[in-house]
Design a protein around this ligand. Structure first.
Ligand code: LMR
Length: 397
């Protein structure tokens, strides 16, 4: 084998931007690239509830011995209850099985290898557009990826009728990936009434929903953002949920997420779980424990959980405030184009709607960084830079 026959891979469209931004010395540079929460000072803080839980862990941890492929049982139960709610029928009927995973991406990769084992011919349907890493990740597991219509770039609306028409044709052997909330990259979420229709369709057509929930609590609230997950889970026989604690607990580098599968009954769930554990063993054997220990300490304590919900609300409100602030600032500058859609979209991202040349120009002329599609990470906006940003946008328009 000769490595010198390889051709170089291009930098990842999102992670490559992080490096470029760090190297830029412009005093007013703005990072609207990677989906990471930032405070007004442009800093990504460690939540106070996380600090407290880490201290508790330092004081009480007694061993570093292996836990096993499932990861912590307490974390798994608490994270499943956070997603589905403790009183949901799938929990009460003992149909959910969960493993802790290295981040939300780890959860997706476990899900992908699991799907490949269940049905080697499976096709996964993803929204057009979807998170840039979804396609590569599923293709790396040998799964064919196809798209269903989702976001209308011209009208800044959801192509819901086209999405439904496409999903009507999906085979019962296939998987449909849905974003639970805070759609990445568009910020355009399904309404509750639309989730009701998707749940009915999934049940009628018997395809398997795979719901990716990377931003629970960043849209409208922890329970509100789980409406789709809970509604679909109540209607289908089998389902997969991938969740992430990177954003809502601010645990990015600790790499903690979860993959939950729902079987049609407890016995089916047990069998599927044995396959899931085999898949985990073949990828990374066992998940890291630190992030899970933090999350289970927070969710297992009434006081820390309340503190977490309060800190999460601060992050959510700041992002929503940034949305409105950018729209107002553009209006105040007399920009003719209507950007009001940004204020009504949800979560960390929206498409600004400028073309790739304008994206390149705003980067080289003004040191404003965003991915080529013009997806902007709303958390990078603040009172201190919104005027500079709005002027830069106005300049390239
Ligand atoms: C993003 O979309 O920016 C985040 O999910 C971070 C990542 O890994 O891409």
């Amino acid at each position: 084998m000769k490595f010198d026959s390889l051709s170089p891979m291009p930098a990842d469209p999102i992670l490559g931007l992080m490096t470029q931004y760090r190297l830029d010395n412009h005093p007013h540079k703005i990072d609207l690239g990677v989906g990471v929460y930032k405070d007004e000072a442009g800093h990504t803080p460690i939540l106070a509830c996380v600090k407290a839980a880490e201290q508790h862990r330092i004081d009480t941890e007694e061993t570093k011995v292996y836990i096993g492929p499932t990861g912590s049982a307490d974390f798994n139960q608490l994270i499943a209850e956070l997603a589905f709610s403790a009183s949901h029928q799938v929990i009460e009927q003992n149909r959910v099985r969960t493993v802790s995973t290295p981040g939300g991406t780890g959860a997706l990769r476990v899900a992908a290898d699991f799907i490949k084992r269940v049905n080697p011919q499976a096709v996964i349907w993803v929204s057009d557009p979807t998170w840039a890493n979804h396609t590569g990740l599923f293709e790396a597991a040998g799964i064919t990826v196809k798209t269903y219509p989702y976001y209308d770039h011209d009208n800044k609306t959801l192509k819901f009728d086209e999405m439904l028409a496409c999903l009507e044709q999906v085979s019962s052997d296939d998987v449909v990936l849905l974003h639970a909330c805070c759609h990445n990259p568009s910020g355009m979420d399904l309404t509750n009434a639309q989730w009701d229709q998707i749940a009915t369709l999934a049940s009628d057509k018997s395809f398997t929903p795979l719901i990716d929930m990377a931003y629970q609590g960043f849209g409208d609230g922890v329970d509100e953002d789980a409406y789709g997950v809970r509604t679909v889970a109540a209607q289908v026989e089998s389902m997969i949920l991938c969740s992430s604690c990177s954003k809502n607990f601010g645990l990015y580098r600790e790499r903690i997420g979860a993959c939950s599968i729902i079987g049609k009954d407890s016995q089916a769930a047990d069998i599927a779980f044995s396959v899931l554990l085999y898949v985990v063993r073949c990828i990374y054997s066992m998940p890291p424990a630190h992030g899970a220990a933090i999350v289970e300490t927070i969710l297992g304590s009434q006081e820390l959980k309340q503190q977490w919900l309060d800190e999460l609300a601060v992050m959510r409100n700041r992002i929503n405030g940034n949305r409105a602030m950018l729209v107002d600032q553009l209006k105040a500058l007399g920009v003719q184009r209507d950007f009001s859609f940004i204020a009504s979209q949800k979560g960390m991202f929206s498409f600004l709607g400028i073309n790739p040349q304008q994206v390149a120009e705003i980067q080289t002329k003004h040191s404003v960084y965003m991915v080529d599609s013009s997806r902007i990470s709303i958390a990078g906006i603040g009172e201190a830079n919104v005027d500079y940003l709005a002027k830069a946008i106005a300049d390239v328009l």
